[in-house]
Ligand binder design. Structure first.
Ligand code: GCB
Length: 617
Protein backbone atom coordinates (compact mmCIF):
# COMPACT_ATOMS: atom_id res chain seq x y z
CA UNK A 1 0.00 0.00 0.00
CA UNK A 2 2.77 2.36 0.93
CA UNK A 3 4.55 1.75 -2.35
CA UNK A 4 1.38 2.66 -4.21
CA UNK A 5 1.11 5.76 -2.11
CA UNK A 6 4.60 6.85 -2.99
CA UNK A 7 4.21 6.22 -6.67
CA UNK A 8 0.86 7.96 -6.94
CA UNK A 9 2.07 10.90 -4.95
CA UNK A 10 5.19 11.12 -7.07
CA UNK A 11 3.28 11.29 -10.35
CA UNK A 12 0.94 13.93 -9.01
CA UNK A 13 3.56 16.10 -7.49
CA UNK A 14 5.83 15.79 -10.44
CA UNK A 15 8.24 18.58 -9.83
CA UNK A 16 10.01 18.67 -6.47
CA UNK A 17 13.58 17.49 -6.49
CA UNK A 18 16.80 17.58 -4.59
CA UNK A 19 20.23 16.48 -5.55
CA UNK A 20 20.78 14.32 -2.51
CA UNK A 21 17.42 12.63 -2.18
CA UNK A 22 15.34 13.09 -5.34
CA UNK A 23 12.67 10.56 -4.37
CA UNK A 24 12.38 11.81 -0.81
CA UNK A 25 11.68 15.38 -1.64
CA UNK A 26 9.20 14.59 -4.33
CA UNK A 27 6.93 12.92 -1.80
CA UNK A 28 7.42 14.99 1.34
CA UNK A 29 5.06 17.87 1.98
CA UNK A 30 6.12 21.46 1.49
CA UNK A 31 7.26 22.94 4.76
CA UNK A 32 5.51 25.73 6.68
CA UNK A 33 2.13 25.00 5.11
CA UNK A 34 0.35 26.62 8.08
CA UNK A 35 2.21 29.88 7.46
CA UNK A 36 1.61 30.07 3.70
CA UNK A 37 -1.07 31.88 1.74
CA UNK A 38 -4.09 29.71 1.08
CA UNK A 39 -7.51 28.70 2.35
CA UNK A 40 -8.46 26.63 5.33
CA UNK A 41 -10.76 23.65 4.81
CA UNK A 42 -11.31 23.37 8.54
CA UNK A 43 -14.91 23.47 9.71
CA UNK A 44 -18.00 21.48 8.93
CA UNK A 45 -17.71 18.51 6.55
CA UNK A 46 -20.23 15.78 5.67
CA UNK A 47 -19.60 12.15 6.55
CA UNK A 48 -20.83 8.71 5.60
CA UNK A 49 -19.95 5.73 7.78
CA UNK A 50 -18.97 2.76 5.65
CA UNK A 51 -18.16 -0.29 7.80
CA UNK A 52 -18.13 -2.68 4.80
CA UNK A 53 -16.10 -0.32 2.59
CA UNK A 54 -18.94 -0.39 0.14
CA UNK A 55 -17.76 2.83 -1.44
CA UNK A 56 -14.29 1.42 -2.06
CA UNK A 57 -14.80 -2.21 -3.12
CA UNK A 58 -17.37 -3.69 -5.48
CA UNK A 59 -19.24 -6.88 -4.66
CA UNK A 60 -16.27 -8.97 -5.84
CA UNK A 61 -14.09 -7.05 -3.39
CA UNK A 62 -12.25 -5.33 -6.23
CA UNK A 63 -11.32 -1.68 -5.57
CA UNK A 64 -13.35 0.73 -7.67
CA UNK A 65 -10.12 2.74 -8.10
CA UNK A 66 -8.83 0.02 -10.35
CA UNK A 67 -11.90 -0.22 -12.58
CA UNK A 68 -11.48 1.25 -16.03
CA UNK A 69 -15.04 1.92 -17.01
CA UNK A 70 -16.47 5.14 -15.50
CA UNK A 71 -19.79 3.50 -14.72
CA UNK A 72 -17.91 1.09 -12.48
CA UNK A 73 -16.66 3.88 -10.28
CA UNK A 74 -17.59 4.27 -6.66
CA UNK A 75 -20.81 6.14 -5.95
CA UNK A 76 -19.16 7.78 -3.00
CA UNK A 77 -16.97 10.12 -5.02
CA UNK A 78 -19.72 12.72 -5.25
CA UNK A 79 -19.73 12.78 -9.06
CA UNK A 80 -22.19 10.98 -11.24
CA UNK A 81 -20.72 9.66 -14.49
CA UNK A 82 -23.00 10.59 -17.39
CA UNK A 83 -23.69 7.01 -18.42
CA UNK A 84 -24.57 5.73 -14.97
CA UNK A 85 -28.14 4.82 -14.08
CA UNK A 86 -29.95 7.06 -11.64
CA UNK A 87 -29.80 4.53 -8.82
CA UNK A 88 -27.81 6.10 -6.01
CA UNK A 89 -27.36 4.78 -2.52
CA UNK A 90 -25.58 7.64 -0.84
CA UNK A 91 -26.23 11.31 -0.33
CA UNK A 92 -23.58 13.52 1.18
CA UNK A 93 -25.95 16.50 1.27
CA UNK A 94 -28.29 14.67 3.61
CA UNK A 95 -25.49 13.06 5.60
CA UNK A 96 -24.46 13.99 9.13
CA UNK A 97 -21.89 16.70 9.71
CA UNK A 98 -18.52 16.38 11.37
CA UNK A 99 -15.93 18.95 12.33
CA UNK A 100 -12.47 18.94 10.86
CA UNK A 101 -9.98 18.89 12.48
CA UNK A 102 -11.29 16.44 14.99
CA UNK A 103 -11.62 12.77 15.78
CA UNK A 104 -14.93 11.08 14.94
CA UNK A 105 -15.06 9.09 18.20
CA UNK A 106 -15.88 12.03 20.44
CA UNK A 107 -18.14 13.80 17.94
CA UNK A 108 -20.69 11.03 17.37
CA UNK A 109 -21.61 8.66 20.15
CA UNK A 110 -22.18 5.77 17.74
CA UNK A 111 -18.55 6.13 16.59
CA UNK A 112 -16.99 6.04 20.04
CA UNK A 113 -15.51 2.55 19.58
CA UNK A 114 -15.72 2.52 15.78
CA UNK A 115 -12.75 1.23 13.80
CA UNK A 116 -13.31 1.26 10.08
CA UNK A 117 -13.97 3.56 7.15
CA UNK A 118 -15.70 6.92 7.10
CA UNK A 119 -16.09 8.99 3.94
CA UNK A 120 -15.67 12.74 4.36
CA UNK A 121 -16.92 15.35 1.88
CA UNK A 122 -16.13 19.03 1.76
CA UNK A 123 -17.68 21.31 -0.86
CA UNK A 124 -15.67 24.52 -1.15
CA UNK A 125 -14.88 27.45 -3.37
CA UNK A 126 -11.31 27.84 -4.50
CA UNK A 127 -9.80 30.12 -7.07
CA UNK A 128 -6.05 30.42 -6.73
CA UNK A 129 -4.57 33.81 -7.63
CA UNK A 130 -3.61 34.01 -11.33
CA UNK A 131 -0.62 31.82 -12.18
CA UNK A 132 -0.35 30.18 -8.74
CA UNK A 133 -0.16 26.46 -8.04
CA UNK A 134 -2.41 24.84 -5.44
CA UNK A 135 -1.52 22.09 -2.97
CA UNK A 136 -3.95 20.29 -0.73
CA UNK A 137 -2.21 19.66 2.60
CA UNK A 138 -3.51 17.37 5.35
CA UNK A 139 -1.99 17.68 8.83
CA UNK A 140 -2.81 14.00 9.34
CA UNK A 141 -5.49 11.35 8.83
CA UNK A 142 -5.65 8.29 11.03
CA UNK A 143 -4.73 5.75 9.70
CA UNK A 144 -5.08 5.36 5.95
CA UNK A 145 -6.57 7.99 3.66
CA UNK A 146 -7.65 8.01 0.01
CA UNK A 147 -8.39 11.45 -1.41
CA UNK A 148 -10.47 12.38 -4.48
CA UNK A 149 -11.05 15.83 -5.92
CA UNK A 150 -13.98 16.35 -8.27
CA UNK A 151 -14.13 12.61 -8.84
CA UNK A 152 -10.40 12.14 -9.62
CA UNK A 153 -8.18 10.19 -7.30
CA UNK A 154 -5.37 12.29 -5.84
CA UNK A 155 -3.60 9.48 -4.02
CA UNK A 156 -3.43 7.83 -0.66
CA UNK A 157 -1.42 8.00 2.53
CA UNK A 158 -0.59 5.53 5.26
CA UNK A 159 0.29 6.54 8.83
CA UNK A 160 -1.98 8.39 11.21
CA UNK A 161 0.18 11.18 12.58
CA UNK A 162 2.16 12.93 9.88
CA UNK A 163 1.30 15.41 7.12
CA UNK A 164 0.84 14.66 3.42
CA UNK A 165 -0.20 16.60 0.37
CA UNK A 166 -1.31 16.46 -3.25
CA UNK A 167 -0.93 19.03 -5.96
CA UNK A 168 -4.39 19.98 -7.28
CA UNK A 169 -3.57 22.87 -9.63
CA UNK A 170 -4.89 21.12 -12.73
CA UNK A 171 -7.85 19.46 -11.06
CA UNK A 172 -9.65 22.55 -9.86
CA UNK A 173 -12.81 23.37 -11.84
CA UNK A 174 -15.09 26.38 -12.22
CA UNK A 175 -17.51 26.81 -9.33
CA UNK A 176 -17.68 24.57 -6.30
CA UNK A 177 -15.02 21.92 -5.66
CA UNK A 178 -15.89 18.58 -4.13
CA UNK A 179 -13.22 16.93 -2.01
CA UNK A 180 -13.94 13.39 -0.82
CA UNK A 181 -11.63 11.53 1.56
CA UNK A 182 -12.02 7.97 2.75
CA UNK A 183 -10.37 7.61 6.15
CA UNK A 184 -9.91 4.18 7.65
CA UNK A 185 -8.63 3.62 11.19
CA UNK A 186 -8.77 -0.20 11.19
CA UNK A 187 -5.85 -1.59 13.17
CA UNK A 188 -3.57 -3.85 11.15
CA UNK A 189 -1.19 -6.57 12.25
CA UNK A 190 1.41 -5.26 9.80
CA UNK A 191 0.71 -1.60 10.62
CA UNK A 192 2.73 0.99 12.53
CA UNK A 193 1.46 0.88 15.24
CA UNK A 194 0.29 -2.71 15.12
CA UNK A 195 -2.90 -4.23 16.62
CA UNK A 196 -2.12 -3.69 20.27
CA UNK A 197 -1.59 -0.30 21.89
CA UNK A 198 -2.54 1.40 25.16
CA UNK A 199 -4.18 4.49 23.66
CA UNK A 200 -7.41 5.38 21.90
CA UNK A 201 -7.45 4.75 18.19
CA UNK A 202 -9.05 8.08 17.29
CA UNK A 203 -10.15 8.07 13.66
CA UNK A 204 -10.64 10.84 11.14
CA UNK A 205 -9.12 13.97 9.72
CA UNK A 206 -7.63 14.89 13.04
CA UNK A 207 -5.54 17.91 12.01
CA UNK A 208 -5.82 21.04 9.87
CA UNK A 209 -6.63 20.72 6.17
CA UNK A 210 -5.56 23.55 3.88
CA UNK A 211 -5.18 24.48 0.26
CA UNK A 212 -1.89 26.31 -0.06
CA UNK A 213 -1.07 28.60 -2.99
CA UNK A 214 2.48 28.92 -4.25
CA UNK A 215 4.08 30.44 -7.35
CA UNK A 216 5.27 28.22 -10.22
CA UNK A 217 8.72 28.09 -8.61
CA UNK A 218 8.79 27.98 -4.84
CA UNK A 219 10.72 27.02 -1.73
CA UNK A 220 9.65 23.44 -1.13
CA UNK A 221 11.41 23.16 2.21
CA UNK A 222 14.44 24.35 4.11
CA UNK A 223 16.47 23.78 7.24
CA UNK A 224 18.49 26.28 9.21
CA UNK A 225 20.97 25.14 11.79
CA UNK A 226 24.14 26.21 13.53
CA UNK A 227 27.36 25.24 11.80
CA UNK A 228 28.91 22.47 13.94
CA UNK A 229 31.38 23.96 16.39
CA UNK A 230 30.38 27.53 15.59
CA UNK A 231 28.35 30.15 17.42
CA UNK A 232 28.22 32.71 14.65
CA UNK A 233 27.52 30.82 11.44
CA UNK A 234 24.32 29.18 10.27
CA UNK A 235 23.90 26.57 7.56
CA UNK A 236 20.94 26.94 5.26
CA UNK A 237 19.82 23.97 3.20
CA UNK A 238 16.87 24.47 0.89
CA UNK A 239 15.02 22.68 -1.89
CA UNK A 240 13.44 24.73 -4.65
CA UNK A 241 10.57 23.27 -6.62
CA UNK A 242 10.94 24.08 -10.32
CA UNK A 243 14.15 26.15 -10.01
CA UNK A 244 15.13 28.73 -12.59
CA UNK A 245 18.59 30.09 -13.27
CA UNK A 246 17.49 33.72 -13.16
CA UNK A 247 16.26 33.52 -9.58
CA UNK A 248 18.13 33.53 -6.31
CA UNK A 249 17.12 32.43 -2.86
CA UNK A 250 17.22 35.32 -0.41
CA UNK A 251 17.77 34.70 3.30
CA UNK A 252 17.10 37.54 5.73
CA UNK A 253 17.59 37.31 9.49
CA UNK A 254 17.54 40.97 10.52
CA UNK A 255 18.73 40.51 14.11
CA UNK A 256 21.75 38.57 12.91
CA UNK A 257 22.59 41.05 10.20
CA UNK A 258 22.06 38.39 7.52
CA UNK A 259 20.68 39.49 4.15
CA UNK A 260 22.15 37.33 1.40
CA UNK A 261 21.25 35.78 -1.94
CA UNK A 262 22.16 32.26 -3.00
CA UNK A 263 22.01 30.32 -6.25
CA UNK A 264 20.43 26.86 -6.34
CA UNK A 265 21.94 24.08 -8.41
CA UNK A 266 20.06 22.65 -11.40
CA UNK A 267 18.08 20.35 -9.18
CA UNK A 268 17.02 23.22 -6.96
CA UNK A 269 19.22 22.20 -4.05
CA UNK A 270 21.12 24.76 -1.95
CA UNK A 271 23.54 24.25 0.94
CA UNK A 272 25.27 27.42 2.08
CA UNK A 273 26.73 29.11 5.13
CA UNK A 274 25.79 32.56 6.33
CA UNK A 275 27.84 34.51 8.82
CA UNK A 276 25.90 36.19 11.63
CA UNK A 277 26.75 39.14 13.81
CA UNK A 278 26.27 37.07 16.92
CA UNK A 279 23.83 34.32 17.82
CA UNK A 280 22.00 34.10 21.15
CA UNK A 281 21.32 30.48 21.94
CA UNK A 282 17.82 29.15 22.49
CA UNK A 283 17.52 27.66 25.98
CA UNK A 284 14.80 26.69 28.43
CA UNK A 285 15.41 29.81 30.51
CA UNK A 286 15.72 32.11 27.51
CA UNK A 287 13.96 30.64 24.47
CA UNK A 288 15.26 33.11 21.92
CA UNK A 289 13.69 32.75 18.46
CA UNK A 290 14.82 34.72 15.41
CA UNK A 291 12.52 36.06 12.72
CA UNK A 292 13.65 34.41 9.51
CA UNK A 293 12.48 35.37 6.02
CA UNK A 294 13.16 33.49 2.80
CA UNK A 295 12.24 34.61 -0.69
CA UNK A 296 12.54 32.99 -4.11
CA UNK A 297 11.08 35.14 -6.87
CA UNK A 298 7.47 35.74 -5.81
CA UNK A 299 7.57 33.09 -3.09
CA UNK A 300 7.93 34.45 0.45
CA UNK A 301 8.21 32.46 3.64
CA UNK A 302 8.64 33.52 7.23
CA UNK A 303 9.34 31.54 10.36
CA UNK A 304 10.69 31.93 13.91
CA UNK A 305 13.69 29.74 14.54
CA UNK A 306 15.94 29.14 17.55
CA UNK A 307 19.52 27.90 17.55
CA UNK A 308 21.08 25.65 20.15
CA UNK A 309 23.33 22.65 20.51
CA UNK A 310 22.38 19.41 22.20
CA UNK A 311 25.12 16.86 22.75
CA UNK A 312 26.27 14.25 25.23
CA UNK A 313 29.62 13.82 26.93
CA UNK A 314 30.06 10.70 29.02
CA UNK A 315 26.94 10.58 31.14
CA UNK A 316 26.07 14.25 30.68
CA UNK A 317 23.50 15.83 28.39
CA UNK A 318 24.73 19.25 27.32
CA UNK A 319 22.42 22.03 26.17
CA UNK A 320 24.61 24.71 24.59
CA UNK A 321 27.59 22.99 26.21
CA UNK A 322 26.15 23.08 29.75
CA UNK A 323 24.96 19.98 31.64
CA UNK A 324 21.20 19.73 32.05
CA UNK A 325 18.83 17.44 33.89
CA UNK A 326 15.67 16.70 31.88
CA UNK A 327 12.75 17.41 34.18
CA UNK A 328 10.22 15.78 31.91
CA UNK A 329 6.70 14.43 31.77
CA UNK A 330 5.04 12.18 29.19
CA UNK A 331 2.02 13.46 27.28
CA UNK A 332 -0.56 11.84 24.98
CA UNK A 333 -2.21 13.93 22.28
CA UNK A 334 -5.48 14.45 24.14
CA UNK A 335 -6.83 17.84 25.09
CA UNK A 336 -7.81 18.74 28.65
CA UNK A 337 -10.00 21.45 27.09
CA UNK A 338 -12.14 19.10 25.01
CA UNK A 339 -11.33 15.52 26.17
CA UNK A 340 -10.80 14.71 22.50
CA UNK A 341 -7.79 14.32 20.20
CA UNK A 342 -5.77 17.54 20.61
CA UNK A 343 -5.12 19.50 17.43
CA UNK A 344 -5.02 23.24 18.05
CA UNK A 345 -2.60 25.82 19.30
CA UNK A 346 -4.89 26.30 22.33
CA UNK A 347 -4.65 22.57 23.11
CA UNK A 348 -0.86 22.75 22.87
CA UNK A 349 -0.78 25.76 25.17
CA UNK A 350 -3.00 23.99 27.73
CA UNK A 351 -0.87 20.83 27.71
CA UNK A 352 2.49 22.57 27.84
CA UNK A 353 1.39 25.15 30.44
CA UNK A 354 0.46 22.26 32.74
CA UNK A 355 3.93 20.77 32.19
CA UNK A 356 5.51 24.15 32.98
CA UNK A 357 3.46 24.48 36.14
CA UNK A 358 4.76 21.08 37.23
CA UNK A 359 8.29 22.43 36.95
CA UNK A 360 9.21 20.60 33.74
CA UNK A 361 11.83 21.75 31.27
CA UNK A 362 11.09 18.84 28.95
CA UNK A 363 8.19 16.73 27.61
CA UNK A 364 8.01 13.34 25.98
CA UNK A 365 5.35 13.40 23.25
CA UNK A 366 4.20 9.78 23.37
CA UNK A 367 3.80 7.50 21.36
CA UNK A 368 3.46 8.98 17.89
CA UNK A 369 4.07 12.37 16.25
CA UNK A 370 1.83 14.99 17.86
CA UNK A 371 0.44 17.93 15.90
CA UNK A 372 2.80 20.62 14.69
CA UNK A 373 1.59 23.23 17.22
CA UNK A 374 3.18 21.29 20.06
CA UNK A 375 6.78 21.79 18.97
CA UNK A 376 6.08 25.38 17.91
CA UNK A 377 4.57 26.29 21.28
CA UNK A 378 7.40 24.40 23.04
CA UNK A 379 9.86 26.54 21.06
CA UNK A 380 8.18 29.66 22.41
CA UNK A 381 7.81 28.41 25.98
CA UNK A 382 11.34 27.02 26.29
CA UNK A 383 10.48 23.35 26.77
CA UNK A 384 12.70 20.62 25.36
CA UNK A 385 10.85 17.91 23.44
CA UNK A 386 11.26 14.18 22.82
CA UNK A 387 9.37 13.11 19.69
CA UNK A 388 8.68 9.55 18.60
CA UNK A 389 7.04 7.31 16.04
CA UNK A 390 4.52 4.56 16.85
CA UNK A 391 6.97 1.67 16.65
CA UNK A 392 5.35 0.23 19.75
CA UNK A 393 5.49 -3.24 21.33
CA UNK A 394 5.08 -6.03 18.77
CA UNK A 395 5.70 -4.62 15.31
CA UNK A 396 6.23 -7.08 12.41
CA UNK A 397 10.00 -6.77 12.44
CA UNK A 398 10.60 -9.00 9.45
CA UNK A 399 8.01 -7.46 7.16
CA UNK A 400 9.74 -5.14 4.63
CA UNK A 401 6.61 -3.06 4.05
CA UNK A 402 6.23 -2.50 7.80
CA UNK A 403 9.80 -1.21 7.89
CA UNK A 404 9.12 1.08 4.92
CA UNK A 405 6.03 2.38 6.64
CA UNK A 406 7.97 3.17 9.85
CA UNK A 407 10.77 4.80 7.87
CA UNK A 408 8.26 6.94 6.04
CA UNK A 409 6.61 8.13 9.26
CA UNK A 410 10.00 8.97 10.76
CA UNK A 411 11.02 10.86 7.63
CA UNK A 412 7.78 12.84 7.57
CA UNK A 413 8.17 13.73 11.24
CA UNK A 414 11.79 14.85 10.96
CA UNK A 415 11.02 16.76 7.80
CA UNK A 416 8.21 18.63 9.56
CA UNK A 417 9.95 19.50 12.84
CA UNK A 418 13.65 19.80 12.18
CA UNK A 419 13.63 23.60 12.41
CA UNK A 420 12.26 23.46 15.94
CA UNK A 421 14.97 24.16 18.51
CA UNK A 422 12.84 22.62 21.26
CA UNK A 423 13.02 19.16 19.70
CA UNK A 424 16.17 17.54 21.12
CA UNK A 425 15.46 13.81 20.82
CA UNK A 426 14.12 11.54 18.08
CA UNK A 427 12.95 8.31 19.63
CA UNK A 428 12.76 5.21 17.48
CA UNK A 429 10.56 2.87 19.49
CA UNK A 430 8.78 2.01 22.74
CA UNK A 431 9.21 -1.22 24.73
CA UNK A 432 10.10 -3.43 21.81
CA UNK A 433 11.24 -6.98 22.58
CA UNK A 434 14.88 -7.66 21.70
CA UNK A 435 15.41 -9.95 18.68
CA UNK A 436 17.64 -9.88 15.64
CA UNK A 437 14.81 -8.70 13.42
CA UNK A 438 13.91 -5.91 15.83
CA UNK A 439 17.52 -4.78 16.19
CA UNK A 440 18.00 -4.59 12.42
CA UNK A 441 14.68 -2.75 12.00
CA UNK A 442 15.56 -0.13 14.61
CA UNK A 443 19.08 0.26 13.30
CA UNK A 444 17.73 1.17 9.88
CA UNK A 445 15.61 3.86 11.52
CA UNK A 446 18.62 5.26 13.37
CA UNK A 447 20.62 5.41 10.15
CA UNK A 448 17.81 7.34 8.48
CA UNK A 449 17.39 9.73 11.39
CA UNK A 450 21.10 10.49 11.59
CA UNK A 451 21.36 10.97 7.83
CA UNK A 452 18.46 13.42 7.80
CA UNK A 453 19.40 15.26 10.96
CA UNK A 454 22.73 15.21 12.76
CA UNK A 455 21.79 17.91 15.28
CA UNK A 456 19.68 15.88 17.68
CA UNK A 457 20.02 12.92 20.01
CA UNK A 458 18.65 9.48 19.30
CA UNK A 459 16.88 7.34 21.84
CA UNK A 460 14.24 4.65 22.35
CA UNK A 461 12.19 3.69 25.40
CA UNK A 462 13.78 0.33 26.21
CA UNK A 463 13.13 -2.27 28.94
CA UNK A 464 15.01 -3.87 31.82
CA UNK A 465 15.18 -7.50 32.95
CA UNK A 466 15.70 -9.09 36.33
CA UNK A 467 18.86 -10.89 37.33
CA UNK A 468 17.66 -14.54 37.55
CA UNK A 469 19.88 -15.03 40.63
CA UNK A 470 18.78 -11.87 42.37
CA UNK A 471 15.25 -10.56 41.77
CA UNK A 472 16.14 -7.22 43.36
CA UNK A 473 18.77 -6.55 40.71
CA UNK A 474 17.36 -4.94 37.58
CA UNK A 475 19.51 -4.90 34.48
CA UNK A 476 19.25 -2.61 31.48
CA UNK A 477 21.15 -4.29 28.66
CA UNK A 478 19.92 -4.03 25.13
CA UNK A 479 22.03 -4.31 21.98
CA UNK A 480 20.15 -1.32 20.62
CA UNK A 481 21.59 0.87 23.42
CA UNK A 482 24.91 0.74 21.52
CA UNK A 483 23.28 2.89 18.85
CA UNK A 484 21.46 5.47 20.96
CA UNK A 485 22.89 8.62 22.53
CA UNK A 486 20.86 8.17 25.69
CA UNK A 487 19.95 4.97 27.54
CA UNK A 488 16.23 5.32 28.19
CA UNK A 489 13.95 2.72 29.68
CA UNK A 490 10.48 2.37 31.21
CA UNK A 491 10.00 0.84 34.64
CA UNK A 492 6.94 0.12 36.81
CA UNK A 493 8.34 -1.25 40.08
CA UNK A 494 5.58 -0.80 42.68
CA UNK A 495 2.74 -0.86 40.16
CA UNK A 496 3.03 -3.83 37.80
CA UNK A 497 5.69 -5.46 39.99
CA UNK A 498 5.21 -5.56 43.77
CA UNK A 499 4.31 -2.63 45.96
CA UNK A 500 5.80 0.86 46.27
CA UNK A 501 7.92 -0.05 49.30
CA UNK A 502 9.79 -2.62 47.14
CA UNK A 503 11.58 0.30 45.52
CA UNK A 504 13.81 0.61 48.57
CA UNK A 505 15.60 -2.69 47.83
CA UNK A 506 16.14 -2.36 44.11
CA UNK A 507 19.67 -2.16 42.66
CA UNK A 508 20.17 -1.06 39.08
CA UNK A 509 22.79 -2.36 36.72
CA UNK A 510 23.16 -0.13 33.65
CA UNK A 511 26.58 -0.74 32.09
CA UNK A 512 26.79 2.18 29.66
CA UNK A 513 28.84 5.34 29.75
CA UNK A 514 25.82 7.30 28.49
CA UNK A 515 23.21 9.52 30.10
CA UNK A 516 20.40 7.49 31.66
CA UNK A 517 16.80 8.63 31.20
CA UNK A 518 13.71 7.01 32.74
CA UNK A 519 11.15 7.37 29.97
CA UNK A 520 8.23 6.09 32.10
CA UNK A 521 7.24 5.20 35.62
CA UNK A 522 4.00 5.63 37.52
CA UNK A 523 0.79 4.07 38.75
CA UNK A 524 -2.96 4.57 38.49
CA UNK A 525 -5.15 6.69 40.75
CA UNK A 526 -8.63 8.01 40.26
CA UNK A 527 -8.93 11.67 41.10
CA UNK A 528 -11.00 12.09 44.28
CA UNK A 529 -10.61 8.44 45.38
CA UNK A 530 -9.02 8.43 48.82
CA UNK A 531 -7.89 5.72 51.20
CA UNK A 532 -4.83 4.15 52.70
CA UNK A 533 -1.47 4.52 50.93
CA UNK A 534 -1.55 0.76 50.27
CA UNK A 535 -4.97 0.86 48.56
CA UNK A 536 -4.65 0.69 44.80
CA UNK A 537 -6.35 3.35 42.70
CA UNK A 538 -6.33 5.87 45.55
CA UNK A 539 -4.50 9.15 45.24
CA UNK A 540 -2.59 8.13 48.39
CA UNK A 541 -1.23 4.99 46.69
CA UNK A 542 0.02 6.98 43.70
CA UNK A 543 1.51 9.58 46.06
CA UNK A 544 3.35 6.82 47.93
CA UNK A 545 4.57 5.30 44.67
CA UNK A 546 6.13 8.60 43.58
CA UNK A 547 7.65 9.10 47.01
CA UNK A 548 9.30 5.68 46.87
CA UNK A 549 10.28 5.76 43.22
CA UNK A 550 12.17 9.06 43.14
CA UNK A 551 14.83 8.07 45.72
CA UNK A 552 15.22 4.68 43.98
CA UNK A 553 15.91 6.38 40.67
CA UNK A 554 18.16 8.93 42.36
CA UNK A 555 20.62 6.11 43.10
CA UNK A 556 21.22 5.45 39.40
CA UNK A 557 24.61 6.72 38.37
CA UNK A 558 24.28 8.85 35.30
CA UNK A 559 20.60 9.64 35.82
CA UNK A 560 20.04 12.70 33.65
CA UNK A 561 16.31 12.94 33.45
CA UNK A 562 12.90 11.33 33.47
CA UNK A 563 9.44 11.64 31.92
CA UNK A 564 7.04 9.94 34.34
CA UNK A 565 3.85 8.40 33.01
CA UNK A 566 1.85 10.68 32.57
CA UNK A 567 0.60 14.30 32.76
CA UNK A 568 -3.17 13.76 32.17
CA UNK A 569 -5.35 10.64 32.37
CA UNK A 570 -5.96 9.44 28.80
CA UNK A 571 -8.41 7.18 27.03
CA UNK A 572 -7.52 3.56 26.43
CA UNK A 573 -9.67 0.61 25.29
CA UNK A 574 -7.45 -1.62 27.47
CA UNK A 575 -8.73 0.04 30.65
CA UNK A 576 -12.37 -1.00 31.22
CA UNK A 577 -12.54 -1.26 35.06
CA UNK A 578 -15.95 0.26 35.92
CA UNK A 579 -16.08 3.26 38.22
CA UNK A 580 -12.30 3.53 38.30
CA UNK A 581 -10.96 3.44 34.78
CA UNK A 582 -14.08 3.62 32.60
CA UNK A 583 -11.76 3.35 29.60
CA UNK A 584 -9.19 5.78 30.95
CA UNK A 585 -5.62 4.97 31.84
CA UNK A 586 -5.51 6.62 35.28
CA UNK A 587 -1.76 7.13 35.62
CA UNK A 588 -2.14 10.89 35.08
CA UNK A 589 -0.89 13.30 37.71
CA UNK A 590 -3.92 15.26 36.56
CA UNK A 591 -7.36 13.92 35.71
CA UNK A 592 -8.38 14.23 32.05
CA UNK A 593 -9.88 17.61 32.96
CA UNK A 594 -6.81 18.86 34.81
CA UNK A 595 -7.67 18.19 38.46
CA UNK A 596 -4.50 17.70 40.49
CA UNK A 597 -3.90 14.41 42.27
CA UNK A 598 -1.69 14.19 45.36
CA UNK A 599 1.29 12.76 43.45
CA UNK A 600 1.46 15.95 41.37
CA UNK A 601 2.87 17.76 44.39
CA UNK A 602 5.55 15.11 44.99
CA UNK A 603 6.92 15.49 41.49
CA UNK A 604 6.58 19.26 41.55
CA UNK A 605 8.62 19.50 44.77
CA UNK A 606 11.22 17.12 43.36
CA UNK A 607 11.56 19.20 40.21
CA UNK A 608 11.82 22.47 42.14
CA UNK A 609 14.61 20.95 44.17
CA UNK A 610 16.35 19.40 41.15
CA UNK A 611 16.20 22.70 39.31
CA UNK A 612 17.86 24.45 42.23
CA UNK A 613 20.64 21.83 42.42
CA UNK A 614 21.35 21.79 38.69
CA UNK A 615 21.28 25.55 38.27
CA UNK A 616 24.43 25.88 40.32
CA UNK A 617 26.42 23.08 38.70
C1 GCB B 1 3.94 1.35 29.20
C2 GCB B 1 3.65 1.88 27.85
C3 GCB B 1 2.56 2.92 27.88
C4 GCB B 1 1.42 2.43 28.77
C5 GCB B 1 1.96 2.31 30.17
C6 GCB B 1 0.92 1.77 31.15
O1 GCB B 1 4.96 0.81 29.46
O2 GCB B 1 4.78 2.39 27.21
O3 GCB B 1 2.11 3.13 26.57
O4 GCB B 1 0.33 3.28 28.72
O5 GCB B 1 3.02 1.41 30.18
O6 GCB B 1 0.15 2.55 31.68
O7 GCB B 1 0.89 0.55 31.35
Amino acid sequence: MLATTLIIAQCLMASTVSQAEPLLYSVLPISNSLQREGISLNGEWKMLVDPYENGYYNYRWEPFDQQESPDRQSYFLDVKPADRSDRIEYDFDKAESINVPGDWNTQHEKLYFYEGSVWYRKAFECSPPEGMRAFLVFGSANYEAHAYLNGKKLGSHVGGFTPFQFEITDLLREGTQSLVVKVDNKRLREGVPTLNTDWWNYGGLTRDVRVVFVPQSFIHSFTLKLKPGSRDTVILEAWIDNPSTDKQLKLVIPEMGIDQDFQADEQGHIVVEAQARRIYMWSTTSPKLYDVALAYGDDHLTDQIGFRTITTEGQDILLNGRPVFLRGISIHEESPLTQARAHSREDAEALLSAAKELGCNMVRLAHYPHNEHMARVADEMGIMVWEEIPVYWTIQWDNPSTLENARNQLRELIHRDRNRASVIIWSMANETPVSEGRNAFLLKLVEDARAMDSTRLISAAMEYHRDPENPQKLIVEDPFADHTDIVSFNQYVGWYYGMPQDCANIEWHIPYDKPVFISEFGGGAKFGMHGDHLDRWTEEFQHELYQQTLPMLGKIEGLRGMSPWILFDFRSPRRPLPEVQDFYNRKGLLSEKGEKKLAWYVLKDYYTDTDRKWRNR
